[in-house]
Ligand binder design. Sequence first.
Ligand code: PEP
Ligand code: MG
Length: 579
Amino acid sequence: MEIKKGIAVSPGISIAKSLIIDAEDYRIPQRSISPSQRMIEVQRIRNAFRAAVEELTGLQAGEDAIKRREIMDIFAVHLRFLRDRSLRKRITDYIQSESVTAEYAVATILRDIASHFARVKDAYISERAADIYDVEKRLLRQLLGYKREDIEHLTEQVVIVARQLSPTQAAALNTEFVKGLATDAGGRTSHTAIVARSLGIPAVVALEDLTEIAGGGDTVIIDGNRGIVIVNPDTETIEQYRQYSQEFAALEHRLYSLKDKPAVTRDGVEISLLGNIEFPDEVKLVLDKGGEGIGLYRTEFLYLNSSSEPTEDDHYQAYAETLKSFKDRPVIIRTMDLGADKYTQSQRLAPEPNPFLGLRSIRFCLQNLTMFKTQLRAILRASVLGKLKLMFPLITNVQELMQAKMILRDVMEDLDDESISYDRQIEVGIMIETPSAALTASTLARDADFFSIGTNDLTQYTLAVDRGNELVSTLYSPVDPAVLRLMRTVIQDAHRAQVDTAVCGEMASEAEYIMLILGMGVRTLSLAPPMIPEIKQIIRSVTIAQCNKVARKVLSMNSERQISAYLRDATRKIIPEAF
Ligand code: PEP
Ligand code: MG
């Protein structure tokens, strides 16, 4: 039995057999081999290349392919790669020098080549990166044969163990079979963690070397409440966890009874509790958990979940489906927040050196107007179906906001010309996610109908700590005095300008931060749907006077540690069961 401690990112307990997933959904069963096995692996490479060539030649001769010239051309390119002796030599040399399996060598070498292709400025060459990835998959299929499994085609319950899972991979998880998630890498607010939480899959990240400890098929316990993963637990531990899991389910059931009760403090102040979603079908969960609307729809997942760019109609259908469940209640659609760790199909092939500071989010939209306008048209068309509000992410200065609004006006004019109706009074808000936006909130407030504080990014950019990097995760805290001072500035400036301010980062789903947020004057929270009942219980257990006192005290403190400890104590006193 091996016990590993990481960061708990999605609550719940799961016990199941593990499925080890390497990048690109392929399960690479083993990395290292003993030197005596190297020749066997080299032979496996030869066989895999031969079989892949035969497979492709067969496909090329197939009836369908003959009808479709483009496919023939693609296959011809792939065949050239597969017949390239220097490529095969590079892979076999790697096996010899590093003593690794054939699968590992193929994945490493081909991904390395693909990323070099992708960086070439010439579009024709950079697009070849996609072909290399295809060749890699074809070879892996040959090598892994029937052992190959991908996370979209599971037939039994598993917990996924991976070095890292991209938001795209996480978005494709099938909750019927995936019962837990544990990764070596990642942070509390990495997008993979956010998706796991939204899907209600217990998850622990930042486990460092779990993939080296756990083997495929091992029994694994994932304790998403305490951030613990146990590989091959003994029977006593399994029994303890089964009991703990039942207690947790009973607590969840008790919280469920709050579903139709209002989120109102003991002294009668109403708080608006909204859900964060990535996909329209999460609306059911928001309603089931007692959410009153959508405070953040992360629309970029429309791109991540598909192999091609979504059309205007794809956007429209997704928004219409979301709105139909909420009628007169708010649905805030955030325009696509692509870049950083969430790529479009073409971005994925040309990684930036510093993507979180690069062409991300609204910056990407302002440089890709056709794509941006397509989404804005769909949002405006859907705006007549309910109380839709539009929100721009990662605004860092007023010019960006003015530019984004100008483009919105252009799209409105286009719709006018085509006599297509939309809500002319649509509210347009912004996310406050950067120190620059926080410090200029009073200026931005003149042109924004509402603010939503994205504490995940605000923390990352204020403290210069990558939100998804486990190596610096102890430095990442939304209650660092620097972050709190910026939040206070935003809330006060917004209040003066009579602009509503919500908090929609993961901070709003953490029990110990709720009194502080309310005490700072925020009355709208948007959070992962599974967390809504617990947060509602806290709201219903406190008075605003208590919260104000907590906030005053916290804002007078200078150390994150002191603040965290104080908040935990203050919350525990009021609702011990939250812990
Ligand atoms: C945030 O940054 O806090 C936020 C809510 O946006 P995202 O997590 O999608 O970056
Ligand atoms: Mg953000």
